[in-house]
Unconditional design. Structure first.
Length: 249
């Protein structure tokens, strides 16, 4: 007898187990972009600042920072110009701010009118730092007798979470596999239903044939009895004829 196929409960368990197992898989090296983008550009009285940085990268690689300082007036004196770059380390219970760079490219220095300076820095991104990184510019300067101070904070390079991207791809692939298995299951279920119906139809035909065989057996028995009776009757008749005395002439 073919029984109805029950939906395998282990299918979902296998699917969940595969998802959990993906967290142990090391992500493949991802391609990085060397494209540099301007993330900050501002003009103040007598001075302008621009910061360019690598547009996007992945953990464990370097990014490039280009800081441009341009003097646009006479008598500009910089008390200090500090640049800080930081990101966030991701761990199980939250985020931790981590310093990636701190420099003072200009300190107690007079700038030359119409003179631009460029400062280049290379920063290694730790393996556990991703998402947006940030830059802070602290500037204090004076133009003759006027003094100004500025503090700017802005996002720069995006560090891709390649592990998460790989997990998303694996999850998408597993979901497609699950859908295919689910579709195959329903097809098999329909097939087994059809086989089950065919079985019951054959079972009914078998029962009907068995009844016909029983009737045929009874008919054969009756015919055999009738034949035996007939033969016996004929034999008896012949015997009686043979035993009958002949008349004398």
């Amino acid at each position: 007898m073919v029984k109805n196929l029950k939906r395998p409960k282990t299918l979902t368990a296998i699917f969940v187990t595969l998802i959990l197992a993906m967290t142990l898989v090391k992500s493949a090296p991802a391609q990085t972009s060397d494209e540099v983008q301007t993330f900050f550009s501002s003009e103040y009285a007598g001075i302008s600042i621009q910061l360019d940085a690598t547009r996007e990268t992945v953990p464990g690689t370097n990014i490039t920072i280009n800081l441009w300082i341009n003097c646009t007036a006479d008598g500009v004196y910089v008390n200090y110009l500090n640049l800080s770059i930081y990101g966030y380390r991701h761990f199980r219970y939250g985020l931790e701010r981590i310093a990636l760079l701190f420099v003072s490219p200009i300190k107690e220095h007079s700038l030359v009118y119409h003179n631009a300076s460029r400062y280049n820095y290379t920063i290694l991104i730790p393996a556990d730092v991703w998402d947006l990184t940030y830059a802070e510019v602290h500037l204090k300067y004076a133009i003759k007798s006027s003094s100004d101070e500025y503090e700017e904070t802005f996002p720069i390079t995006t560090v891709r979470n390649v592990l998460w991207e790989e997990l998303e791809k694996e999850l998408e692939s597993l979901n497609e596999t699950y859908q295919q298995l689910n579709s195959t299951y329903w097809q098999l279920n329909i097939t087994f239903e059809q086989l089950n119906q065919t079985y019951w139809a054959l079972q009914q035909n078998y029962t009907a044939l068995q009844g016909s065989l029983n009737e045929l057996g009874n008919t054969r028995t009756a015919v055999a009895v009738l034949a035996i009776t007939t033969v016996f009757f004929v034999a008896t008749t012949v015997y009686m004829v043979m035993r009958k005395p002949r008349e004398s002439w």
